[in-house]
Design a protein around this ligand. Structure first.
Ligand SMILES: CC(C)(COP(=O)(O)OP(=O)(O)OC[C@H]1O[C@@H](n2cnc3c(N)ncnc32)[C@H](O)[C@@H]1OP(=O)(O)O)[C@@H](O)C(=O)NCCC(=O)NCCS
Length: 208
């Protein structure tokens, strides 16, 4: 995947949110204001992107980066404390979407573009003896509510994880996964509709 700057990753997130929340139509000023104030999932994504930006700036220039870094630490605290969302993934591609809030932990090693999650999802550390670690997740992956994806496993592109799944095994591209323990329910499963808002075309994730 082409490397994107943090700014462009955030632009991709906004494009996807607008596409889903406004049915692909260009929102007016008040609709946008309402969205920026009231969409709590978006607040979490924005705080994560700001944290990435602040960390990079801090590493480059201590004096310029110190205040953004401190502010991002405070935002992260608020997001964890009040929103109950913790995002510590090293990289997440553009088009990162959190639908609803409620105990979300995203701690994958790296996550591709167009990643969608919703409430009560965990992407984290597996504790299996000898194979501890965190998941690597491809592009266009959708994780349903109440699912846990854990361990040093690789999830391919276009994978769909049904609500209520516990997954601790590597999964190839295009699979529909469900259950506990998780099983492959279908292959070449087309999940594009899951990334749309109300029957609208899929969001375009721009690589500026
Ligand atoms: C509890 C835990 C340590 C157990 O690990 P484990 O013994 O290696 O087993 P797994 O979780 O991978 O799988 C459980 C069982 O389901 C089986 N299983 C898992 N996926 C399967 C699949 N797709 N098909 C068939 N069986 C499967 C495994 O083989 C295992 O059975 P076994 O012990 O008879 O081999 C591990 O599941 C774990 O770390 N869980 C915590 C995850 C978590 O909540 N992390 C978030 C932290 S932020």
């Amino acid at each position: 995947m082409k490397m994107l700057s943090n700014h462009n990753a955030f632009t991709g997130d906004i494009d996807k949110y607008y596409s889903i929340e406004f049915g692909g139509k260009r929102p007016g000023f008040y609709a946008k204001l309402d969205f920026w104030v009231n969409h709590f999932g978006f607040h979490c994504v924005a705080a994560y992107r700001f944290g990435q930006f602040a960390t990079r700036l801090y590493k480059k220039n201590f004096f310029l980066g110190f205040i953004p870094k401190a502010l991002s630490g405070f935002l992260s605290f608020i997001i964890r404390m009040i929103y109950h969302v913790e995002i510590s993934a090293v990289t997440i591609g553009p088009g990162f979407y959190i639908g609803h809030l409620g105990s979300i932990y995203i701690g994958g090693v790296s996550i591709g573009k167009n990643f969608s999650v919703t409430h009560n999802v965990t992407v984290g550390l597996g504790h299996s003896f000898g194979k501890e670690g965190r998941p690597i997740i491809g592009d266009n992956v959708w994780i349903g509510t109440g699912s846990t994806v854990a361990g040093a496993i690789t999830i391919g592109n276009n994978v769909t994880i049904m609500p209520g799944t516990f997954l601790s095994r590597a999964i190839p591209d295009g699979c529909l996964i469900g259950g506990n323990p998780a099983r492959v329910l279908a292959q070449n499963y087309d999940n594009t509709k899951l990334f749309m808002g109300n029957g609208d075309p899929p969001p375009v994730i721009f690589e500026h």
